[in-house]
Design a protein around this ligand. Structure first.
Ligand code: ADP
Ligand code: MG
Length: 256
């Protein structure tokens, strides 16, 4: 029996903005049902890596492989970009992103926010989408906020709405970019609880976070990025309990 390929895999990825090389040959893989966390200082390339994974960014070299299917590129070097639009849309819709700043549409209700992409992008049946959207809002604990507008919700509730919106795409993996960083400490935990529950039900996730407790609790694998390279990686017990590299030790100590 052949093992199922990872939901998302990145091999030897290089990414530059002009002359600034931000990713210098990075490999990561998120097997189905696994949670991979990316940690590292601000500017180490975590967001860029996530954005390259779902093709929000071009890259100059290396492979992005979705469920065993390599992205086809057009052009070379600085001019390389995804060559097949249908493939790009398939990959983006299957890797739903949750951002630090929620990015909800202010003029739409919470329910409309959750329903928008499944109806307009995936062309799913509106009645069916509404049913699942309400179920996802219940799941993240804000079923009673369906008809409210984003400005009427707390930050923690808005972020849970953004998670429901990502889930409503029924993606193969969720990509989180610092989902708790914009929240007050007392609101952070309600979002952490939702992310933990998603990990426990076996969702595939790539999680960029500054919250080392959450990374330790939810991850199968932790990757420490330093200046665009993987400095150290491994199971959370090893990365947090027995860090080998001086830089990782320094990074973890600075957060105490
Ligand atoms: P992190 O998420 O780890 O804080 P980022 O991936 O956001 O790091 O950024 C990595 C580096 O790339 C930083 O030096 C940042 O200034 C630079 N960078 C990010 N996005 C852009 C961009 N659109 N144009 C130019 N430089 C960028
Ligand atoms: Mg970032």
């Amino acid at each position: 029996m052949t093992a199922e390929p990872p939901v998302i895999e990145i091999r030897d990825l290089h990414k530059s903005y002009g002359s600034l090389e931000v990713l210098k040959g990075v490999d990561i893989a998120a097997p189905k049902g696994h949670v991979v966390s990316l940690i590292g200082s601000s500017g180490s390339g975590k967001s860029t890596l996530l954005r390259c994974a779902n093709l929000l960014e071009d890259s100059q070299q290396g492979d992005v492989i979705f469920c065993g299917e390599p992205v086809t590129w057009k052009g070379t070097g600085a001019h390389r970009h995804p060559g097949d639009r249908k493939q790009m849309i398939r990959i983006r819709t299957n890797l739903s992103m949750v951002f630090q700043q929620f990015n909800l549409w202010a003029h739409m209700t919470i329910l409309q926010n959750v329903m928008e992409a499944p109806v307009t992008v995936l062309k799913r049946d509106r009645t069916e989408v509404e049913r699942t959207a309400r179920a996802y809002l219940d799941k993240v604990g804000i079923g009673d906020k369906a008809d409210a507008f984003p400005a009427q919700l707390s930050g923690g509730q808005q972020q849970r709405a953004a998670i429901a919106r990502a889930l409503a795409m029924e993606p193969k993996a969720l990509l989180f970019d610092e989902p708790t960083s914009a929240l007050d400490p007392e609101l952070e935990q309600e979002v952490v609880r939702v992310i933990k529950a998603l990990a426990e039900e076996g969702r595939t996730m790539v999680l960029v976070t500054h919250d080392m407790n959450m990374a330790r609790d939810v991850s199968d694998h932790v990757v420490f990025l330093h200046q665009g390279r993987i400095e150290e990686e491994g199971p959370p017990d090893e990365v947090f309990g027995n860090p080998r590299s001086e830089r990782l030790r320094g990074f973890l100590n600075a957060g105490q």
